[in-house]
Design a protein around this ligand. Sequence first.
Ligand code: ADP
Length: 462
Amino acid sequence: MPKKINILILASVLGLIALSAIQAYLINNTYKLKKDVFIETTSRSISRVDDFSPHLDSINDIWQDYFLNLLADYKSKKISKQDILSLLKLKTDSLNDSYVDRYKKELAEKDLKHDLKFQKRIKTIILPDSTGNDTIFNHLKSSKLHLLGEKFSEKSAHKVSNSMWLTDHSFERNIDGETTTLTYDLQFETEDFMNIDGWERIVIIRMKWLLLCSIFIFLFVFGLLFYSIKNLINQKKIADIKTDFVNNITHELKTPLATLSLATKMLKKDNVKSQPAVIDSTVNTIERQNKRLQNLIDQVLNNSLGYKEINLKREKVVASEYIDTILDDFMLSVEGKNISLEKAIQNEDTTISIDRFYFTTALFNILENAVKYNGNIIGVHSSANKSFNISIKDNGIGISTKNQKHLFDKFYRVGNKEIHDVKGLGLGLYYTNQIIKAHKGQIHVRSIEGEGTTFTIEIPLN
Ligand code: ADP
């Protein structure tokens, strides 16, 4: 059975993990899809900003003219390739502030609701001619050149568009005292990028219902599974406890019944009928076994009571006197077993309000257990402050921390023959706890396996 439960738990956990993995995969895919859609729609909505804004257009025209003239100077061998790039940079830097300002205004009019940055970068500047390509700039050889727009890192940049400008340009230059008209072809490639601050958050907010539903369903399935497994384990524990109880009670019933059967057989024998002494002793045996059976049944019936079913008849007793009497009775019951008692009673005059019968049963259960489970030195300590406390300590076999949790459960017995071979029904501590609860008190256990156990009872004063 435990094997089956373990397999079931493992299968359920694996199933849950697989389900979560599929769910995570689907969410991730949706996230990517939503991200693509978001980036795509945003880039579409800004891609033509330049074209529809006369202000931006005029700034573009200024740098384009300047750029074409730089190329003309280069073609006339007045400046170098490097000069083109550095002069173009100086010019665009001087135009950039008003370009960015204007661009932001255009975006504000579009009401995009995201913090968006834009950037135009140069990819290539090539002057093709009949002898080949004269490359002024190629982004593959040096890093991309920022033209207009705001600065942001490469990592957070999303590409908006690519544009290629193929043109030929005629210009006039004074060469050797003569005004000459020259022409060159131009291949100019740029790339537009944008940066959206916190786009991940925006996409996640757009997915909020999906995420919330997924989390809810996951928690629901997880909770259901957890609850079912917990229930299954509890059922199994209860079934085990019941089996143990049936085994224990059968064991307890067997001995008196066997003795009774032997005794009746004995009484039937003809030679016994003429021996009154043997008859007397056999009848005594029957009586004892009968009493034992009666005790057993009473124990099961009474000790199964819950604290609500216990009707206390409280009386005020002086705690120290009461404990002394109990301990005297107890020591009498274990006479000859070599048990030593260490007693420390504080606040001798304290009076407590208890049901003498029930409270005595509770204390006796603990004291008897101390001896049953191998204790031979028993320490009883009591004190009274805000409440009345009595602790009973033994040097017996002790109880592991794991088992201490269930100690007060009905029918619970620690382990089996490997731990001890003491008979019992697992009702003593349950009943003790119920009695203490009926007195509105509490019982605690502290124990170290192999060293001993201390039970502490605390009940309110008055
Ligand atoms: P029973 O003694 O009939 O089994 P109890 O309810 O009195 O039932 O005790 C429950 C279990 O707690 C016992 O089976 C025993 O394993 C453990 N136990 C109780 N008292 C002690 C003790 N003083 N030392 C060690 N184990 C104890």
